[in-house]
Design a protein around this ligand. Sequence first.
Ligand code: KIV
Length: 289
Amino acid sequence: MSTTFQIDTSTSRANPTPAPMKRLTVPRIRARKTNGKVDEPIVMLTAYTARQAQLLDAHCDILLVGDSLGQVIYGLPSTVPVTLEMMANHGAAVVRGSYHSVVIVDLPFGSYEASPEKAFESASQLVKATGAAGVKLEGGKAMAETISFITQRGIPVMGHVGLTPQAVNVLGGYAARGRTDAEAETILNDARALDDAGAFAIVVEGVMEPIAVEVTKTVACPTIGIGGSAKCDGQVLVTEDMLGMFERVPRFVKRYGNIAASIQDAARAYADEVRTRQFPSEEQIYLPK
Ligand code: KIV
C-alpha cells in the first residue's frame, strides 16, 4: 500500500495520489481477532485534519477522529463542550485525506446518551456528513442497548470503557480506573456487555494493566488499549501526544517526535529573518523580466 504526494499547482499544496487500493473495512478489522487472538496488533491513531490523515494513513489500520480534538485543536478544558458539528467537519476532512484506514468518528458528549433513537440520529448524521465507516461512544453496560440499536440499523460502533473522559465530572478527574476489585469487576462486565451488544472493537483506556489483559482475553472483539496493556489487540494514542506537541507527557504516552520544538525553532528562525529583512530573498519574490 502506498500513497505518494504531488504538488497541485493550482493550490501549491501537496495532494496525495493513491496507488489503487481498497480501504480497509470494519468487518475486516473485526475479523482480525479470531479464536481470541489477533494476527497482528491493530494500529490506531487520532487524526483531525486532512493533511494529518494523509501523513498517517499508510501506517494505520484505523484513524480515529477523537473528541480529544476539543482539547488538542480547540483548547477546550475537556471533551464535554465538543459538538456534533465539530466532529462532522473534522471527520469529513479526515475521510478526504485518507484512502486506506478505516475512519471512525467519536460521538460527542450529549449526542447519544438520552436514548438509542437519539444516538442513531446523531450517528447517522455523522456518517452521512463525513463518509466515515462508523462511530465510537463511551460507556459500559448502560450503553449496550444503544450499541445494539445502532449496529442493527447499519452503523458499526466501537465501544470505550475504563477511563471515559466524557464522564470527567462524575469520575472527578482522569486517574486510571480499576484500583479496587469492585471497579475492576465493573469494567470487565462493561466490556462483556458491549461485546455482546455487537461492538466491533472496544477501546480500553486508563485501567490497571491486569484488567486490560482480562478484558482482552474475555471479549470476542478486538480491544484497543491506551494506558491499557501491550497484550491488548491493538493500541491507540492521540497523535499530537506521540509527536511531542505538548509539554505534559502522561504516563501512557510514548513520544516518537518532538514537533513542538521543531515548530518553535522554525517560528524563531522565520521571525529573525523577517526582522532582519533576510526573508523574503530573491528566490521568494516575483521579478519582472
Ligand atoms: O478522543 C480520543 O482521542 C479518544 C482516544 C484517546 C481513544 O477517545
